[in-house]
Design a protein around this ligand. Structure first.
Ligand code: 1CP
Length: 342
């Protein structure tokens, strides 16, 4: 197993740490904006294997990252379940909201495999094209985060619709979560079958729930997803990203069965090193805003993070995604800072 990214996930340390960035393919890259224009819509980009492969490989060709992440989105899962999903440029995702158990009951797995087939075709092509050094990451949103978009109908600040549903009718909301657990297992297992080396589960809205609800809607569904995927693929490494979980990172790391956790920008590394399960690999966590400022401040932040994580298996990453206003040259500098250290 030569790929440094996979060696770290198996528990080895590596110097310098392997690096990839969340949202490493995207609007900050001129070549992405070109492909997006040619493809038409965002979903066309995701569902046309030629385009998905091309866009996935853009940051690999430009920077030589240690891992490529499949170009897709967490919202292809509700699309596969029959919900109306669209992406409006500049506005973000728009979904026909599912506000109660009856509306959730209209969704099903019937068309799922067919809608998502092009995604798995893109994975098969990518796993053939990537060399011996670069790993391929597949992914899905966690059930709670995907449910947030499904119930709210898009991005939200207050999460009132999804909380009204889940707090007001936990049994009904639980049926939606059950469906998402099943769909997520299916989606991640299909990506594994098509050839990804590792999986990441994005729980981008972990931070909005109180502790009791966090156990019910974050920990429990993710544990079921991990068990379901491992029943088919016992060896595959799975990384979890519970953004904003704060002290709940501990139960998250201990109780979900995940291989590794990705740390958001607000997690203090000395706290994480002292408290996370011994030997568990971590990923993170430079503030993506350092890619806007660059320079010595960014270099010092890289040094601090590498130093703080030196006794653990560590994959260098951002604490959230690359901002669209990032200068591509600053990303090259970031990689330079990290790799000159060895
Ligand atoms: O071109 C465009 O207009 C689309 C912008 C865009 C991109 C580049 C969207 C719409 N999705 C993506 C790709 C994407 N999304 C990837 C693959 C690319 C890569 O990482 O290199 C991944 C892994 C995601 C995951 C994703 N989508 C998350 C989890 C990670 C996170 O950022 O917290 C979430 C929450 C989404 C939903 C989504 N899709 C798109 C947008 C703008 C959003 C976020 C909306 C919001 O802020 O609530």
């Amino acid at each position: 197993m030569a790929k440094p990214f996979l060696r770290v996930l198996s528990g080895e340390r590596h110097d310098p740490p392997p690096i990839w960035l969340m949202r490493q393919a995207g609007r900050y890259l001129p070549e992405y904006r070109q492909s997006r224009k040619r493809a038409g819509g965002f979903l066309d980009l995701c569902y046309t294997p030629e385009f998905a492969v091309e866009v996935t490989l853009q940051p690999i060709k430009r920077y030589g990252f240690d891992a490529a992440i499949l170009f897709s989105d967490i919202l292809v899962v509700p699309d596969g379940l029959g919900q109306d999903v669209s992406f409006i440029e500049g506005t973000g995702p728009i979904l026909t909201p599912v506000r109660d158990v009856d509306q959730a009951g209209m969704l099903s797995m019937a068309g799922f495999d067919e809608v998502l087939a092009p995604v798995y075709e893109a994975v098969r092509r990518l796993s053939r094209e990537l060399g011996d050094e670069t790993a391929l990451i597949g992914f899905a949103g966690a059930p709670w985060t995907v449910a947030c978009y499904m119930v709210e109908g898009g991005t939200t600040r207050d999460f009132h619709a999804v909380k009204s549903f889940s707090y007001g009718d936990p049994e009904g909301f639980g049926k939606l979560i059950d469906l998402l657990v099943e769909a997520t297992i299916r989606h991640l297992s299909a990506q594994a079958a098509a050839g990804v080396d590792a999986l990441q589960i994005f729980e981008s809205h972990a931070g909005v729930l109180p502790a009791t609800e966090f156990k019910t809607w974050v920990i429990d569904p993710i544990r079921r997803v991990v068990e379901g995927v491992r029943a088919n693929w016992p060896e595959i490494p799975i990384i979890g990203f519970p953004r904003g979980a704060g002290p709940m990172y501990l139960v998250f790391a201990e109780e979900t069965g995940l291989t590794a956790v990705s740390l958001d920008v607000s997690v203090p590394l000395d706290w994480a090193m002292a408290n996370l399960p011994s030997g568990m690999p971590v990923q993170g966590n430079i503030d993506p805003a350092y890619l806007l400022s660059g320079g010595d401040g960014m270099a010092r932040s890289v040094d601090r993070i590498v130093e703080a994580c030196r006794d653990r298996p560590h994959i260098f990453n951002l604490g959230h995604g690359v901002d669209k206003n990032t200068d591509p040259e600053t990303v090259a500098q970031l990689i330079g800072c990290l790799r000159k250290k060895s």
